[in-house]
Structure formats: C-alpha cells, structure tokens
Design a binder for this molecule. Structure first.
Ligand code: ZN
Length: 325
C-alpha cells in the first residue's frame, strides 16, 4: 500500500512537473489520464469528527475493509460553535472527543494528520462540511484555511422551496467567489438528492404517495440552467457530489429518469463529480459501497471521479501536510 501511495505521488509529480508554490483551485486538467482508483475506492465525504461513533483507527479500518483507498475526513464546521451546554444536550456519543471552538478544530485535524502519516493503506485528506447559508452570512476564513477541501452542504430546505437549478447556479457562483479567498478544491454536496428528500417529505405531509411524484416534478433543471451551471463549473475546481442516496432514487422510475436527465448532460459538458458515503454511523460503513452502479449510468466515469484526487495530490506535492500544525 505504501507503494501505491508513493506511485501515486510520483506519477502525479512527474505528470505535473515542478511547481512553484501552491497551485490550488486549478481544476481538473484537460484530457483525463488513467484513473488512479475505482469508484468504490474513493470517499470524498467521510464524517470523522464529533459524530464519529468509534475510535478514528476503527473508523478507518471499516473504510479499508470495504475497499477504500482515498478519503476526505471531515466534520460539520458549525458543530464546533455549540456552547458546552448545547453540546451536552446534543452529545451523540458521550463526552465530546474534541473541545468546542477553534481549539477543537486543531485537535481534530492534528489527529487526522497523525493518522494520515501513520496509515500506509489510505490516502487521507482533511475537510469541512459547511452549511450553504454561510455563503450568504459570512465565511469563517480561519477555519476554512485549515483543510484540503471544503464541501458545501446543500440543504433539502424541508417545508420550504426545494433546491433546484436556479438555486444551484447561484450557489456555484458564490462558491467560485469564496474560492478566490480560500483557494482549495470545493464540492457542492448532495444537491440532487436533497431535492428528492424535500419532494418526498412534502408528498407524505400532504397525504400523497411519494410514488406518484412525476419525473417532471423531480427535474432539477429548467430552461438554460444546466448549461449555465456547466459553464461555471467546467474546468474549475468546484465539483458536484453524486451522493449515495442516488442508489435509492434509482429504484423509482420517475426519480431515476429525472436524475439521468439532470446529471448526464452535465457530465457530457465536462462537469467533474465526486462520490461518497457521507458516513456518520457504523452501518454506513458496513453496508457495501458500490457507487459505480449509479454513477456510470449518470455519465460519470472513473477518470472523472479521480479528478479531485489528482488535484489534491498535486497540491500535496507542493504543500505537504505537517503534523501538529
Ligand atoms: Zn455530510
């Protein structure tokens, strides 16, 4: 496994050549080379902080036992803003493993850094999942600068207007602006399945069978929105997540049809994607992760899904992670 890591870095370093300084947010390079890893070997959205139910070593062992070779270990940034009494009311697994506030950010990422240097069976990167609302209310730049990659949590907005193409185009523009201030790769997390969640919950609340939701209702994009989004994201370092719940959507004809019509053209227009478990609990990691089953139908190839890994490795060759920062 050490060999895999070394080969990846060497291959990547030779491909990119010597770089002066950090060149993040450069986006995927034109002409995708051979993928480094298969779909299921990648997890760009692994919750590993305050909500982690077992030790970090055990958590990573679960990932490896299901085939993972590269992971982004992240946590929800807003959890560290809880007051101690709020944490005690919420506490998912007893006493918090890290302090609240900025001290906790550093404790969490120090532990990730230490494991990243110890474990030779996994490529490990650090991340945050940040609420999309912070794009409106203001960015915590200090926290954002601690990580390799940032995922923006697109909300289902349950009980309100479901996310759609217009909303995602707006968020993509905001993320591209945010990236000028913190130049790390960024991902729009689970936009499509959040719309599905909103519509299905609304249907149930209205006494309607979710199976009666039509493909037209599920459709995310209208008019020119798909092309607008593709033009914003193509060649950028902002990726779209194909979340694991997509697998459930594929069991419903209408949902699958809409998802294919929404995502396939984006892939054909050069948008780059990520796959993930979005794991919070042990059952998320003991359940076999096989994103190829839906990702390929959506036009996402292994080469496409490895673009972010290549970018992260490229950044790492020029800006090594130091333990105990
Ligand atoms: Zn998440």
């Amino acid at each position: 496994m050490l060999r895999i890591f070394a080969l990846c870095l060497l291959a990547f370093a030779s491909e990119t050549g010597a770089q002066n300084g950090v060149a993040p947010a450069a986006g995927p390079s034109a002409g995708s080379p051979e993928p480094l890893f298969a779909f299921h070997e990648l997890d760009y959205h692994l919750h590993a902080g305050l909500e982690r139910p077992v030790s970090m070593q055990e958590w990573l062992d679960l990932c490896v036992s299901d085939g993972r070779k590269a992971v982004v270990m992240l946590d929800h940034l807003e959890l560290y803003r809880k007051l101690p009494e709020e944490y005690l009311r919420w506490k998912p697994h007893g006493q918090p493993p890290y302090k609240m506030g900025r001290a906790g950010h550093h404790e969490f990422f120090r532990q990730v850094d230490a494991l990243a240097s110890q474990r030779k069976d996994l490529l490990i990167f650090k991340g945050w999942e940040i609420s999309e609302t912070e794009l409106d209310t203001g960015l915590d730049l200090e926290a954002m600068r601690l990580v390799d990659v940032i995922g923006w949590h697109i909300s289902p907005a349950n009980g309100r207007k479901a996310p759609d193409g217009e909303h995602l185009v707006k968020r993509a523009r905001q993320v591209l602006q945010a990236q000028k201030r913190v130049p790390v790769p960024m991902i729009l997390f689970h936009p499509f399945t959040m719309r599905v969640e909103n519509l299905q919950r609304s249907a149930v609340a209205q006494g309607r069978d979710p199976k009666d939701i039509t493909a037209e209702e599920y459709r995310f994009f209208h008019g020119d929105e798909q092309r607008q989004l593709a033009e914003l994201l193509r060649g950028s370092s902002v990726y779209l997540e194909i979340s694991r719940e997509t697998e459930d959507c594929f069991f419903e004809d209408a949902c699958r049809t809409a998802m294919l019509e929404d995502i396939r053209p984006l892939a054909e227009m050069g948008v780059q994607f990520t796959v993930s478990t979005d794991a919070h609990g042990v059952s998320d990691l003991t359940k076999t992760f096989r994103p190829a089953a839906y990702s390929q139908a959506l036009g996402c190839t292994p080469a496409n899904t490895n673009s972010l890994l290549r970018e992260l490795l490229k950044i790492r060759t020029t800006k090594p992670t130091s333990v105990g920062q």
